[in-house]
Design a protein around this ligand. Structure first.
Ligand code: BT5
Length: 354
């Protein structure tokens, strides 16, 4: 099992304090695990104290802390503790029991608040974290999009996830990982909501032409070898329209907005991690073609008039396809073809949504 401490708190506990914070988190996770295992009744403080080898007073302190996080825990001096209700947090103890994956998300690093899940995952990967380890945060202070853009990341509403992968592919094929992740995210949204998301090259997922999710993949590689990829995925889940800033209000949406009801964040995370495992394994075993096929079905880009901004250059043309490395192929006015490896796309005619 992997437990993680919350950097935003950890920084306040420097000089020996960080260790105790990790220990506290471990105790919290263990208390919750024990209470969940005894969901039918009370578990005595003495029993918890014996199993975790911490004092009963310390347990009471942690229970009070867990209540501040939204856990409803009944306490009685005679019978002990009983978990009545858990909040929709993305902690390992909430998410792991739901997961049916073999390896994806088996190790979850959870944070209440942090700068960017991608930055922490990158650091963990540099330190040797394994494929499938994930970082989730309840909020991000410096959520990142591509090219230094911001990802709006308010607390306890959405999903901010980074996944560490170590694919044995050449760096020029890294874009395929982005396409694979886009397919997995769109499939997860479809399975979860019944809605039909569209993929917009290279990294946006749209519902009714508004952005519901964005992907930011960062790689660490040599000339001919990828060391790791950090797959950053932000999905708007329970965000209301008024929560979006003015600039993106007309361009963004959330699952709650499209489905007309709040969604369980941990249930969505479960679906997403399962789809990521499925699609990554398909990619490793069968190569790019099934991923590209699924991507084309969801993107419906072929023959669409588009404007692409790539490295400061604006190109207008007709999208032909994506190639086997995930680059966009454009046909320009005079019939010549251009290969675009990175950029932002604008549809000159809005696609019809289902
Ligand atoms: C993206 O960039 O779409 C990638 C977003 C990736 C976010 C995840 S969250 C977990 C992980 N940790 C991070 O720090 N990042 C990743 P890009 O294509 O550059 O789009 C950014 C643009 O989307 C912004 O300039 C806004 O216009 C818009 N935007 C910002 N926040 C949004 C939101 N919550 N929902 C929809 N659109 C948003």
């Amino acid at each position: 099992m992997t437990f993680s401490c919350d950097f935003s708190f950890a920084t306040q506990f420097r000089g020996g304090g960080e260790k105790s914070l990790i220990e506290k988190k471990m105790v919290d996770e263990e208390i919750l695990r024990l209470l969940k295992d005894h969901s039918s009744g009370f578990l005595s403080g003495e029993e918890i104290s014996r199993r975790l080898k911490v004092t009963r007073a310390a347990i009471w302190k942690r229970v009070k802390h867990l209540r501040t996080l939204g856990y409803e825990i009944e306490a009685s001096t005679r019978t002990g503790y009983r978990l009545i209700r858990s909040p929709d947090l993305l902690t390992p103890s909430e998410v792991r029991p739901l997961l049916k994956t073999k390896w994806m998300g088996r190790s979850i690093h959870h944070f209440h608040s942090m700068d960017s899940t991608n930055s922490v995952a990158y650091q963990l990967a540099l330190e040797g974290a394994e494929e499938g380890e994930v970082v989730v945060a309840e909020s991000q202070k410096k959520g990142r999009g591509r090219l230094g853009r911001k990802w709006y990341s308010p607390p306890l509403t959405n999903l901010y996830l980074s996944v560490i992968l170590r694919p044995e592919i050449p760096p020029q094929q890294a874009s395929l990982i982005t396409l694979m992740a886009a397919v997995a995210t769109a499939t997860a949204i479809h399975k979860f909501s019944g809605l039909q998301p569209m993929i917009k090259w290279p990294n946006d997922i749209l519902l009714r032409n508004r952005k519901v999710a964005g992907l930011l993949n960062e790689i660490h590689s040599e000339m001919d070898r990828i060391h790791f990829v950090v797959l950053g995925i932000g999905v708007n889940l329970n965000m209301d329209e008024k929560m979006f800033s003015k600039e993106i209000r007309g361009l963004a949406t959330s699952l709650k907005r499209e489905m007309g009801q709040s969604v369980s964040r941990k249930a969505f995370l479960q679906t997403l991690l399962e789809e990521l495992e499925i699609w990554y394994e398909i990619f490793l075993k069968e190569g790019a073609s099934p991923v590209l096929k699924a991507w084309r079905e969801r993107a419906q880009i072929q023959g669409r008039p588009v404007k692409v901004t790539s490295f400061g250059e604006v190109l207008s043309g007709t999208a032909i396809d994506v190639d086997s490395d995930g680059a966009l192929i454009l046909e320009m006015k005079k019939g010549e073809q251009k290969r675009v490896v990175a950029g932002d796309i604008e549809y000159r005619e809005m696609p019809k949504f289902k």
